[in-house]
Design a protein around this ligand. Structure first.
Ligand code: FES
Length: 135
């Protein structure tokens, strides 16, 4: 059996949970699965897979703003995350880089925020590759 760290107040098996939307109307068509894979790889390469869990999430009801990445327990959500953002986002998640402020999600309203496809921040992919956008 693996020993817990010396933080005896810990009540969860992972320090951070990263939810990457990969199901629903938009995120799967905007590269959500690729984002999840890239973030997982960064966490794995940093040797932090026992501290940080990156999971594929169901729809987070923010369709069209995605791909959506939610970092808990920080409660910081990111929108329109693209593959070329993952290294900087992972650096922040791993506490080795600044917060990528340009990716922080600013939800229009509390609760559901679903855009019609014509207004999606990232257009749906047709070839399996997401477009690039700067942070
Ligand atoms: S498909 Fe990602 S929030 Fe709905």
């Amino acid at each position: 059996m693996t020993e817990k760290s010396d933080d005896s107040d810990i009540s969860r098996p992972y320090e951070k949970l990263i939810l990457v939307c990969t199901q629903g109307k938009s995120c799967p068509r905007q590269g959500g699965a690729e984002i999840c894979s890239k973030l997982r790889e960064q966490v794995f390469q940093a040797g932090q897979k026992n501290r940080i869990r990156v999971v594929k999430s169901g729809c987070l009801a923010q369709c069209g703003h995605g791909p959506i990445v939610a970092v808990e327990p920080e409660g910081t959500w990111f929108s329109a995350v693209q593959a070329d953002h993952c290294e900087k986002l992972a650096d922040w998640i791993l506490n080795r880089g600044p917060l990528p402020e340009g990716l922080i999600f600013d939800p229009p309203e509390e609760g559901k925020n679903i855009l019609p496809e014509a207004d999606w921040r990232i257009p749906p992919q047709t070839s399996g590759e997401a477009g690039n956008s700067a942070i």
